[in-house]
Structures are given as structure tokens and as C-alpha cells.
Design a protein around this ligand. Structure first.
Ligand code: NAP
Length: 293
């Protein structure tokens, strides 16, 4: 069994990007600039945005954190997005989700200039992804592809089962794994909460990508021998014995499933760090595209 070490691979990617940034600096060019907009003070969102901004600083990107109160109206957020769209100094930006209930998430996603949409959530970019055109691929699925590629995991002709159909993970993952090329060329089954007899489907899978957010959902008896297991889940489970008062759990019963798997991602240290690395990669791509214009 091989651990797909997202921490190591994400560090390799960050080092590669740092070298690119250094070249830009040496040539007297502007370095990539990522902005992150955080509305409200949700603990998990604060942690995610904080790690994205810190990652930018470490690799030499410029970064801007725009904090807005939880009472922010939809109009105010749309105005801020327009400012960022117009700001030539910003190459890419993200709006941290989820947003407070008074704000329509779809309207917000549609308002982001597709050229600066480094999350790859805008329908123009999502459509390009589905049509095999060059674009920003959403960071989590992009990170999973990169892990499969760097560990040389064979996906051609394999049966990939994706659990969860969210717009940011499961749905794009199912499209990407079915694309012509590598990683891809899989036969994909996309499952969700209405899927019947899910264990019957997962036991036929060569590759399982689990993105539902239910700790220990995927048990050893749901997995066949030598399957490739990608655990996207990140759930905070209360644990008073831990200084933070919680521990992070994935969707997979790692201790038992890892005994059967050929490759498996740990949580933490698997898909999570890859997501941040690929956001940085998309921001570098955005800078290169702005420069070429
Ligand atoms: P989401 O929007 O909540 O979607 C969850 C999906 O799982 C839905 O499609 C839902 O089905 C399905 N589902 C729920 N219960 C199920 C069950 N019992 N059987 C089969 N399918 C079920 O979640 P998300 O945003 O994709 O996130 C999923 C998990 O990944 C969360 O733990 C999240 O924190 C984590 N995540 C991690 C990263 C990372 O960087 N590692 C990035 C993003 C998300 P329906 O559509 O029918 O409701």
C-alpha cells in the first residue's frame, strides 16, 4: 500500500512555483497577486482563508485578505467583486464559501470575471473544463488529478466511483475522470444521497473518490482489494481531549481500508494541502495569462 502524500507533493509544487516567482522577480516583473474575500467569521472559513494567504506569502506571491462583516448585503459584496474585477493589480481572487444566507451564492459566482476566477467556479470556466478546453480547474479536483499523475496511478479503463456530486468537488471530479487523456479515461459512476445500494457500487470500483463529509463512511467491506482510495472529506469532530476541542476526520475508515488499498490519501495530509497548492498554481496561470494580454 502506498500513501499518496499530499503534504510532500504540495510542497514540491510550491517549490516549483517559488522558482517561477523568483524568475519573475529577477526579470523585474510583477509577481502574482491573489485576493481572498471572507464574509462573516465562520471558524473553518477563517482557518481556510488564513492558510491560503499564508501560503501566498511563503512562496512570494502578493496577497490581500478582504474581510467583510456577516451582515454584508449582496449589493455590497457584488460592489467589492466589481472593484476586484477592475483592479489590474489583482490577478485572481476567491470568495470563500459558504456565504451568509442573505447572499445568493450563484449571483456572486457569476459576478467574478472568468479571467480572475482562480477557483474555477464560474460557468464559463466550468463549461470549458467539461469541453476539455484550457481553463482554471477547481482546486480540489485539480489537486487530485495532480496526485494521481505524480504517483503514476493508472486510471485508463478503470471504474472510478465518485461519492458526492457537489459543484466544487464531486461533479467536476466525475467529469475530469471521464475525460480523454490521463489522468482520465475512466468509466465513472457518480453517487449521491439518493443512490441505492452504494456498497454494491463501491465494491466494484478500482478507484473511489469520496467527497461527502461523513466521517468513517467508507468501510473496509465497501472496498475491493487493491482499490485506489482518495479521501476528500474534512469534518471537525468534537474531541475534548484535543487542545482545539475537535479533531479532523476524513470520510474513510483509514485504519481498516488502508489494509486493502493499493494507494490511499491520509486525512489530514492528503487532498487538503493539494487544494491550496493548486489554487496557487491557478493564480500563477492567471498572472501568466494577464501578462500575455
Ligand atoms: P457537499 O456540498 O455537502 O456535498 C456532499 C455530497 O455528498 C452531496 O452530493 C450529497 O448528496 C452526498 N452525500 C451526502 N450523504 C451521502 C450518503 N450517505 N451517501 C452518498 N452520498 C451522500 O460537500 P462538498 O463541498 O463536496 O464537501 C464534501 C467533503 O469534502 C466535506 O467534508 C468538505 O469539508 C470536504 N472538502 C474538502 C476539501 C479539501 O481540500 N480536502 C475541499 C472541499 C471540500 P446530495 O447531492 O444528494 O445531497
Amino acid at each position: 500500500m502506498v500513501i499518496l502524500d499530499g503534504k510532500k507533493i504540495s510542497n514540491d509544487i510550491k517549490n516549483e512555483i517559488t522558482a517561477e516567482v523568483q524568475k519573475m522577480k529577477d526579470n523585474g516583473e510583477k509577481v502574482p497577486h491573489l485576493a481572498a474575500v471572507l464574509v462573516g467569521d465562520d471558524g473553518a472559513s477563517l482557518t481556510y482563508v488564513g492558510s491560503k494567504v499564508r501560503a501566498c506569502e511563503r512562496i512570494g506571491f502578493e496577497s490581500t485578505l478582504v474581510k467583510m462583516p456577516h451582515t454584508t448585503s449582496e449589493v455590497e459584496l457584488l460592489q467589492k467583486i466589481e472593484e476586484l474585477n477592475q483592479d489590474d493589480n489583482i490577478d485572481g481572487f476567491i470568495i470563500q464559501l459558504p456565504l451568509p444566507p442573505q447572499i445568493n451564492t450563484q449571483k456572486v459566482i457569476m459576478a467574478v470575471d472568468p479571467k480572475k476566477d482562480v477557483d474555477g467556479f464560474h460557468p464559463e470556466n466550468f463549461g470549458k473544463m467539461a469541453l476539455d478546453m484550457s481553463t482554471f480547474i477547481p482546486a480540489t479536483p485539480f489537486g487530485i488529478l495532480e496526485l494521481l499523475e505524480r504517483y503514476d496511478v493508472d486510471t485508463k479503463g478503470k471504474h472510478t466511483v465518485v461519492i458526492g456530486r457537489s459543484h466544487i468537488v464531486g461533479r467536476p471530479m466525475s467529469i475530469l475522470m471521464s475525460r480523454k487523456g490521463w489522468p482520465g479515461n475512466s468509466t465513472v459512476t457518480l453517487t449521491h444521497s439518493n443512490t441505492k445500494n452504494i456498497a454494491q457500487i463501491t465494491t466494484q470500483a478500482d478507484i473511489i473518490i469520496s467527497a461527502l463529509g461523513v466521517p468513517n463512511f467508507l468501510k473496509a467491506e465497501m472496498v475491493k482489494d487493491d482499490a485506489v482510495i482518495i479521501d476528500v472529506g474534512i469534518t471537525r469532530v468534537p474531541d475534548e481531549s484535543h487542545p482545539k476541542g475537535y479533531v479532523i476526520r476524513g470520510d474513510v475508515d483509514f485504519d481498516n481500508v488502508s489494509k486493502k488499498a493499493s494507494y490511499i490519501t491520509p486525512v489530514p495530509g492528503g487532498v487538503g494541502p493539494m487544494t491550496i497548492a493548486m489554487l496557487l498554481k491557478n493564480t500563477l496561470l492567471a498572472r501568466e495569462q494577464q501578462r500575455a494580454r
